[in-house]
Design a binder for this molecule. Structure first.
Ligand code: C5P
Length: 231
């Protein structure tokens, strides 16, 4: 049996960027490296948790010791999360889920031919997985802590915080980890700077440093929330 403050807890972590298929060889993707998500999974493992890691596209190795589930698209990620959520004490949605996917996936490679018009890719919205997981948790009345992420541009000034607080309310999760993105500020880098917001209205908490240090701070906060739930 594992030991540590999260011993006996099951944590479901999603990470990486989804890839939305256009045809058998092409996709729409994003710049998420999966580093922060992998660091969160390692921090949870180090704290003694049992970790299921649902990985979309990663630029890094998946965490050793986690139960690994590989997915590609947002729809696959959604199915993987919905299937495993009932067993989790904590869900961390660190994946960069594409907001849109091509409306249709071509069965064969789209050809470039001089005699045809340039192709047009119509996009449709992907489901909001985080919001759905919260709804399902609420409907089932499960004691489960759900952590969302928000990547916003701009500095963490008052307006960004207000925006994040709004998102926290809208999504209905307990914790929201706000990080600032912008040209090469976060994606693929080893450093991160985040603000952890809680729905209980407590003071936002700032954490910065390596993605491992940020992950440790988020996991410490999760541990505190779980302990508070028990009392
Ligand atoms: O709405 P926004 O994309 O900013 O929210 C970010 C949070 O929501 C992240 O935790 C991300 O994993 C999650 N998300 C999701 N499904 C989507 C889009 C985002 O679960 N379709």
């Amino acid at each position: 049996l594992r030991s540590g403050p999260l011993a006996g807890r099951r944590i479901l972590v999603s990470a990486g960027g989804t890839r939305e298929p256009i045809d058998p060889v092409r996709f729409l993707g994003n710049r998420s490296s999966g580093k922060q998500g992998a660091a969160l999974a390692r921090a949870a493992l180090a704290a003694g948790a049992e970790v299921t890691f649902v990985a979309a596209h990663l630029d890094v190795a998946p965490p050793e010791g986690a139960d690994l589930v590989r997915v590609d698209s947002a729809l696959e990620l959604r199915d993987a999360m919905v299937e495993r959520a009932p067993d989790a004490d904590v869900i961390v949605m660190a994946a960069a889920v594409a907001d849109f996917r091509p409306a249709e996936q071509h069965a064969s490679k789209i050809k470039k031919r001089d005699d045809t018009a340039d192709p047009v890719i119509t996009l449709v919205r992907n489901p909001d997985i985080l919001a759905e997981l919260v709804q399902r948790r609420n409907a089932a009345g499960r004691p489960q802590l759900i952590v969302g992420f928000a990547a916003e541009t701009g500095d963490a000034g008052a307006s960004v915080l207000d925006y994040a607080r709004d998102k926290l309310e809208r999504k209905g999760c307990e914790l929201l980890v706000l990080n600032e993105v912008g040209t090469d500020r976060v994606f693929g880098r080893d450093e991160n700077s985040v603000t952890i917001l809680a729905r209980d209205g407590s003071e936002p908490e700032h954490a910065e440093g390596s993605k491992d240090e940020v992950a440790a701070a988020v996991i410490r906060r999760v541990t505190r929330e779980l302990e508070a739930q028990q009392t």
